[in-house]
Write a protein that binds this ligand. Structure first.
Ligand SMILES: [Zn+2]
Ligand SMILES: [Zn+2]
Length: 356
């Protein structure tokens, strides 16, 4: 990949076609306001047709793509939610068998991501645990490393906490759920390539808390928080099908990172590997032989951690770039942290570069 172009994609969200409160046009309006390049709508167990395309306002435009979040509604509890992008067909009929669902989505040319792999119960809000269970599954594209809504469930032991975070949404996001990160590292350690994405799981639900009613949370707020930044080999040119293909191919290859854009924009982050014969970007493989220079660069200074097979091997504080030379095979990835509203928070999670 010579020169990459970066597009900001907000993915995983719900409309009135399932349990969200907004319409597709509300999502488009919020996306235009927040300035995201594309959104992927994923209603529960329904592939909504007729909404894909560019939505425009003055000089701004945003691309809406339609995927689906599939799970078995007859299962109790209703675990194993799977995000499907780009299959171009309804797949909810395969919901009762996660492996068959993944295989069918693949056969249709689609991408599959395990949604909110750890999604704890929130008894104060009658929310049950809907984590991913079926870890024997194979051949999915990746996992939703950071799900903004699952994280909210980790901080609301009581209704009072819920009320607090309803009014101070910026305090919720700290980092992906650690168990999910550990599970990802475990899968990578098996030699698998597993693409990480960040999802908002936006519903824009109206929550009544005593005398107050709040929207938890507005689509536009979500679009300014956890995004998936995708690196493309060519610019989007306005043709819906061509642009959709570019985005989905880059996601499938792991040419992307998860950015929490609220504290500061993450646009411009890069993680590359320079080997003897080629340069690799996030998601790529590169030969370890002869040594490789790993490099990360940030849009603004922060704390950079380089991980190899799930272990931090080097940390740089208050830096805008870093480099590390190695000839050791492994899955290398970057995490970046920065202080925001009194806490050190996860800011950027790269996909791995696989040194073989
Ligand atoms: Zn879900
Ligand atoms: Zn969802």
């Amino acid at each position: 990949m010579k020169e990459e172009l970066e597009v900001i994609v907000n993915l995983h969200m719900h409309t009135r076609y399932s349990d969200g409160s907004g319409a597709h046009k509300d999502i488009a309006a919020a996306a235009l306001k927040a300035g995201v390049d594309a959104v992927i709508v994923t209603d529960h167990n329904v592939w909504t047709q007729g909404f894909e395309g560019y939505y425009k306002e003055k000089t701004k435009k945003t691309l809406m793509l339609i995927g689906e979040e599939v799970h078995d509604q007859a299962r109790s509890p209703q675990k194993n939610h799977l995000l499907v992008f780009g299959a171009g067909r309804e797949l909810a009929t395969f919901a009762d068998n996660p492996q068959r669902l993944i295989d069918q989505a693949r056969e249709a040319g689609g991408l599959t991501f395990l949604a909110h792999p750890d999604d704890p119960a929130a008894p104060a809000f009658n929310e049950t645990d809907i984590s991913w269970e079926d870890w024997s599954a194979q051949n999915y594209t990746g996992i939703e490393l950071w799900n903004a809504l699952s994280e909210l469930k980790t901080v609301v032991p009581t209704k009072l906490h819920g009320a607090f975070y309803a009014f101070f949404p910026a305090l919720v996001a700290r980092h992906p759920i650690p168990a999910t990160v550990a599970k990802w590292d475990e899968l990578l350690a098996q030699g698998r390539q597993v693409v990480a994405i960040g999802g908002s799981d936006a519903h824009a639900l109206r929550l009544k808390l005593g005398p107050f009613a709040r929207i938890i949370y507005p689509y536009e707020f979500h679009f300014r928080t956890v995004n998936t930044h995708v690196l493309l080999p060519a610019p989007l040119n306005g043709d819906v099908n061509a642009d959709k293909k570019l985005i989905y191919e880059a996601l499938a290859a792991g040419h992307c990172f998860v950015g929490y854009d609220l504290p500061a924009p993450t646009r411009g982050f890069r993680f590359t590997a320079q080997g003897l014969e080629k340069t690799a970007v996030m998601g790529d493989e590169i030969a370890a032989k002869g040594g490789v220079t790993l490099q990360a660069k940030l849009p603004s200074a922060a704390e950079i951690r380089l991980l190899k097979d799930g272990q931090v091997i080097q940390t740089w504080k208050n830096k805008m770039s870093c480099a590390h030379i190695t000839a050791e095979p492994g899955a290398y990835r970057i995490e970046v942290y920065r202080r925001y509203l009194g806490k050190l928070r996860g800011w950027i999670y790269s996909n791995p570069i696989y040194m073989r």
